[in-house]
Ligand binder design. Structure first.
Ligand SMILES: Nc1ncnc2c1ncn2[C@@H]1O[C@H](COP(=O)(O)OP(=O)(O)OP(=O)(O)O)[C@@H](O)[C@H]1O
Ligand SMILES: Nc1ncnc2c1ncn2[C@@H]1O[C@H](COP(=O)(O)OP(=O)(O)OP(=O)(O)O)[C@@H](O)[C@H]1O
Lengths: 218, 218
C-alpha cells in the first residue's frame, strides 16, 4: 500500500488517480477546479481543491510526506513546471510528469521529473502502427526490429497444427516462435508443434518485425 | 502503401499522421487551424486546411477515395461526431476515432466508428500500473490476471543460472516461464535452465500477474 499525490485531474490525471486507488493505494488528488475535485469523490482517498503552484498549500496538505507524485497538468506548461519544482523542493523521491511536447518534457526532467510521459503521442504511435495490422492486438519490443506480438489467429490457419501452419519455430516457414496460445480461458505455454490451432486462438509470437507483419497479413 | 485521412492535428492526430507518413503511407492531414496545418509541412503527404464537418469540403479533397480515416478531434465532441458521420456517409471502410470519455466513445461507435481510442486514459492506466514496478518495462495481457512482462533483471539474480534463480519454469520457485532473454544485441529464445543471467539482461517472463509482481519486486 503506497501513498501517491496526483496533481491535475483531467482525463489523464483522474484515470491515474482512479487506477491507483482501485489498486489499494492512498491517493491525494489535487486540482484547483472545484468541479474536477467533486468528480473524484469516491475515486480517490482525498480529492482536494488546491493550487499546486502554491507551496504553502502543498505543505498544508502533507505533500512532503509523499514519496511519489504524478504531475498530470497537460496544457498549462508553466503550472506543470512550477508544480514539479515545488514537489522536488518538498522532497518527493519519484516524480512522473506528463509533457505536451519534447521541449516541455526536457524542461520537466531538468527541474526534477524522474519520468516524463507523452500520453497522446504514445497512443498515436500505437494506433498508427496497428492500423493496418488488424490481427495484432498488442506488441512488446524485445530489440530494435524484433518483438513479441499478441496475434489473433488468421482464419486461413484454422485446424492446422503449428507444424502444418509453418509456425513450428524460427527455422520453419514463417521464421516465428509461438511462445503461447490462449484458447478461451486456457493458456498453453511453449506449445508443441503438434498443437492444433483453432479459430479464435490468440497467439504470442516472437520474431523479426517484418516476419511478424508477413504472418499477420495472411 | 495505404492511404489514410487524419482529421485533427493536435498532439494525437499530428503524431498519427507523422508516424503513418514515416512508414511510407499516403496521408491527407486535415485541420481547420492554419497554424497546425503549417506545422505538418514535410510530415504528411497533403496537409490541408479544411473544416471536417463540411461535406462539400471533404468531397473536394477526395475523401470518398480513402479507405481508412482517423478522427483525432478530442475536445469538440460535436465536430468529432459530425465528422465521423460524414466519413461514414462518404463510404470510409475503417474509421478510428478518439473519444473524450465512454459516452462520447459509445456515440462514436453508434455513428460508425469501427475503433474508439482513449489516449489519455490508456496511458494513465499504464503509468499507474508501472509506478511501483520499476523493473517492468512493458506488459502484454494474455488472459485476465495472466500476462507477459518485459523485465529488467533485478540485481539480486546477477550471475545465477535460471535454475539457481528459481526461474526454470512454472513449477519452479517463482512460478514463471522465461520465454526470452535479451543481452545487448543478442536475443536468446526459450533459454535453457543452465542459461547464466547477467546484470543488464532483459527478460520476457510469462506467468500469473501476482507472481510477476513478486519477482519484479525482488
Ligand atoms: N496550478 C494548478 N493547480 C492545480 N490543478 C491545476 C493547476 N493548473 C491546472 N490544473 C488542472 O490540471 C488539470 C489538467 O490540465 P490540462 O490543461 O491538461 O487539462 P485537460 O486537457 O483536461 O487534461 P487531459 O488531457 O488529461 O484531459 C485540469 O483539471 C486543471 O484544472
Ligand atoms: N471541424 C473541424 N475541422 C477540422 N479540424 C478540427 C475541427 N474541429 C477541431 N479541429 C482540430 O482538431 C484538433 C484537435 O482538437 P482538440 O480539441 O482535441 O485539440 P488538442 O487538445 O490540441 O488535441 P490533442 O489532445 O491531440 O493535443 C485541433 O487542432 C483542432 O483545430
Amino acid at each position: 500500500r503506497k501513498q501517491v499525490v496526483v496533481i491535475g485531474l483531467g482525463r489523464f490525471g483522474s484515470e491515474v488517480a482512479k487506477t491507483l486507488y482501485q489498486e489499494g493505494h492512498d491517493v491525494l488528488a489535487i486540482d484547483n477546479d472545484e468541479r474536477r475535485v467533486q468528480e473524484m469523490a469516491g475515486h480517490a482517498t482525498y480529492p482536494v481543491k488546491a493550487d499546486a503552484t502554491n507551496e504553502a498549500a502543498l505543505r498544508e496538505l502533507g505533500v512532503p510526506n509523499f514519496d511519489v507524485a504524478v504531475v498530470a497538468i497537460g496544457n498549462d506548461i508553466e503550472a506543470s513546471i512550477m508544480s514539479t519544482v515545488l514537489l522536488k523542493t518538498l522532497g518527493t523521491a519519484h516524480i512522473v510528469a506528463r509533457a505536451r511536447d519534447p521541449l516541455h518534457g526536457r524542461t520537466l526532467e531538468r527541474v526534477g521529473a524522474n519520468v516524463v510521459v507523452y500520453p497522446e503521442q504514445e497512443t498515436a504511435e500505437r494506433v498508427a502502427r496497428s492500423l493496418f495490422q488488424p490481427h495484432v492486438l498488442d506488441y512488446i519490443e524485445l530489440a530494435p526490429s524484433f518483438g513479441v506480438s499478441k496475434v489473433r489467429l488468421p482464419e486461413a490457419f484454422n485446424h492446422m497444427t503449428l507444424k502444418q501452419a509453418g509456425l513450428a519455430g524460427p527455422r520453419d516457414k514463417y521464421g516465428l516462435a509461438v511462445l503461447a496460445v490462449r484458447r478461451g480461458k486456457e493458456i498453453i505455454l511453449l506449445p508443441s508443434e503438434e498443437e492444433r490451432l483453432q479459430s479464435g486462438d490468440l497467439l504470442l509470437v516472437a520474431g523479426r518485425d517484418e516476419l511478424l507483419e508477413k504472418f499477420s497479413a495472411s
